[in-house]
Write a protein that binds this ligand. Structure first.
Ligand code: GDP
Ligand code: MG
Ligand code: ZN
Length: 283
C-alpha cells in the first residue's frame, strides 16, 4: 500500500504518482457503488500488487471547471495584447479564486509586444494590484514563480491564447504541451488543451486548463463578491452593510485611490447578481 496522487485520468485508467514513480491503476468497484468519482488531483491509497486505487483521501476542495481536486493556488494569466488586456476577466477570475479560498497569482503575458508607452500603462496596473495585496508577476519570471508555488498545487486560468500552455512548457521543457497561434485559437474557438492531467514540476503540481468561458456568480454571495474586492477594506464607509453603489456619502464609490476599472467591475458583478436573483424570485 502506497499513498499517491492521481495525475491523469484516461477513461478507466488512472495514473497515480507515488514516491516519484508512476502507476497506471484501476479503481476498486466499491467507489462506483458509492458513486464516488476519483478526480485528477485526488490523494489516494493504492495497492501496488494489483495496481488498484483502494482509497480516496479527504479532499481539501474541488473545482467544477476544470474538474480537479485539492488546489492551493491559481495562476491567472492576463495577456496584454493578442488577445487585448481584459481587466473584467481578471477581476472575475480573482473573485472566483478568492471565493474558493484559492490564493491567486496574477501573471501578465506578452509584454514583449508592447511599445514603451503601452508598457508604462501596464506597469501602473501591475503596481495597483500589487499594492492592494496580490502577487503579480510576468511570464518571464520563472524562478520567482517557482518559489511562490513551492509545495503547492496550482491551477492555470485565463483566456484562450493568453499563454497558459506556453508558460507551463517554459517551466518544464520536457512537457511539450500543445500551443496555438492566437488567430487560430480565437478564430475558430478551438481549445488546444483538454483537461485530464496535472503535471508535477520540481516540488509543485500545475494544472493546465482550456480556459474558462462562462463564469457566473451563481454560487457566490453578494457579500462574498464585496469581500473579494480586498482594497475596499482599506477605506472606511460610514454606512454599515453598504454595497457602495449609488449611496450619498459612501466611502468607496468615487474613492480616488481605487482603480476605476476595479470599481466598475465590482458594480457590474453586483448588478449581475441582483438581476439573476430577481429572475429567480419571479419564477
Ligand atoms: N509574443 C508572445 N507570444 C506569446 C507569449 N506567450 C505565449 N505566446 C503565444 O501566444 C499563442 C497562444 O499561446 P498558448 O500557450 O497556446 O495559450 P493558451 O491558450 O492560454 O494555452 C501562441 O502562439 C504562443 O506562442 C509571450 O509572452 N509573448
Ligand atoms: Mg493551452
Ligand atoms: Zn459604502
Amino acid at each position: 500500500m502506497l499513498k499517491g496522487r492521481i495525475i491523469n485520468i484516461n477513461s478507466s485508467n488512472y495514473t497515480v504518482i507515488a514516491k516519484d514513480k508512476k502507476y497506471v491503476c484501476t479503481v476498486r468497484g466499491v467507489f462506483r457503488e458509492k458513486k464516488v468519482t476519483p478526480l485528477v488531483g485526488d490523494n489516494v491509497v493504492i495497492n501496488v500488487k494489483d495496481s488498484q486505487i483502494i482509497e480516496i483521501l479527504k479532499r481539501k476542495n474541488q473545482l467544477q471547471r476544470p474538474s480537479v481536486a485539492n488546489i492551493d493556488m491559481s495562476l491567472i494569466m492576463v495577456s496584454v495584447k493578442k488577445p487585448n488586456l481584459d481587466l473584467l476577466l481578471l477581476d472575475k477570475l480573482l473573485v472566483h479564486s478568492l471565493a474558493s479560498k484559492i490564493t491567486p497569482i496574477i501573471c501578465f503575458t506578452k509584454c514583449d509586444l508592447l511599445n514603451d508607452d503601452e508598457y508604462e500603462k501596464i506597469k501602473e496596473i501591475k503596481k495597483y494590484y500589487k499594492k492592494i495585496g496580490f502577487e503579480v508577476i510576468e511570464n518571464t519570471e520563472i524562478s520567482y514563480f517557482k518559489k511562490l508555488v513551492s509545495g503547492k498545487t496550482v491551477v492555470c486560468a485565463g483566456q484562450t491564447g493568453s499563454g497558459k500552455s506556453t508558460f507551463i512548457n517554459k517551466i518544464d521543457s520536457t512537457l511539450d504541451l500543445k500551443t496555438a497561434p492566437i488567430s487560430k485559437a480565437l478564430g475558430r474557438g478551438v481549445h488546444t488543451t483538454r483537461l485530464n492531467s496535472i503535471y508535477k514540476v520540481d516540488d509543485f503540481y500545475i494544472v493546465d486548463t482550456p480556459g474558462f468561458s462562462a463564469l457566473d456568480f451563481d454560487n457566490i454571495d453578494k457579500e462574498v463578491i464585496k469581500d473579494c474586492f480586498i482594497e475596499f477594506n482599506n477605506y472606511t464607509c460610514k454606512y454599515t452593510g453598504c454595497y457602495h453603489i449609488n449611496i450619498d456619502g459612501c466611502g468607496i464609490e468615487g474613492n480616488k485611490n481605487i482603480l476605476p476599472s476595479r470599481y466598475k467591475n465590482y458594480k457590474r458583478f453586483i448588478k449581475e447578481k441582483d438581476e439573476s436573483s430577481s429572475k429567480f424570485f419571479k419564477k
